[in-house]
Design a protein around this ligand. Sequence first.
Ligand code: NAD
Length: 319
Amino acid sequence: MKLLVTGGAGYIGSCVGTVLVAQHHEVVVLDDLSTGFADAVPDGAEFVQGDITTAADVLGRGGFDGVLHFAAKSQVGESVAKPDLYWRTNVTGSMALLDAMRVHDVPRLVFSSTAATYGEPEAVPITEDARTKPTSPYGASKLAVDMMITDYAAAFGLGAVSLRYFNVGGALADRGERHDPESHLVPLVIDAATGARGRLQVFGDDWPTEDGTCVRDYVHINDLAAAHVLALAATTAGKHQIFNLGSGDGYSVLQMLSAVERVSGVPVPYDVTGRRAGDTARLVASSSKIRNELGWDPTFTIDDIVRDAWVFRTGKPTV
Ligand SMILES: NC(=O)c1ccc[n+]([C@@H]2O[C@H](COP(=O)([O-])OP(=O)(O)OC[C@H]3O[C@@H](n4cnc5c(N)ncnc54)[C@H](O)[C@@H]3O)[C@@H](O)[C@H]2O)c1
């Protein structure tokens, strides 16, 4: 297929784009490099530097079979301080993309949604029919896009799949996570182990979990890429399907720290500080829907996630 990958210079878009090129799809990346890197654009993909609001210029060339829409602002804290940036980029930007797809008859969309659309869960594991009550402008902006996609699919025949990622980790051999500032746990634990950043701050050990630290659900970038390939094939004209993308297993902050120590052989210095505002004890996906309906079958373990992230981030082998 001929595919537009927005945000293909970022962590997830560059990795999924690399997998798509390897599967012989023709990939065009549109990215403004606001948080991405030109050298992350998949080898073999065409790179257009620009804002998503200019998607019509690319799609207007014709022949596109689908769009994978990763481009977004995605820092929860930043979204509280700069809601205008989040509503403009994530909502106005996505609307411009959807309108360009409509004008140029692009039939398929796979959208990077997020667990942040649910907010504080009433029950865990979180199913797709759980209440959506986001607690940040980031989550609200992504939920708004999901709602927009539902309406565009119903009215204009778009075939769309939203994947609500929980936590994504791991790396390909030459592409991985390079957020700045980094807010994700796995790279932060690795940096604490290598001394690249001070001691790890663990936000509270008095949560109602097995060891008192927060529990999250992690998916390896390779398993996430496989879900995108399945989603692309599952798009159906006029239908918007929403799937959680989590493993269904939860790991605490201290379990992740132990995993880094286990695969690297390096101790991770840490301090327990107070709880962080807005945190939640346990965020774990129900992955039944995507397993049952798309046949998604993740195979990478927590140690795989940590090992591949370690090798990418440090350039050093594990033990
Ligand atoms: N990383 C996670 O664990 C996670 C979890 C849930 C959802 N997501 C979603 O996945 C997607 C990708 O996340 P990521 O971690 O790869 O982030 P990232 O910041 O590494 O990648 C985003 C890319 O989009 C580009 N971009 C941003 N605004 C743009 C604009 N206006 N026009 C064109 N390009 C623009 C950036 O330059 C960057 O290359 C995002 O939509 C994010 O909300 C990520």
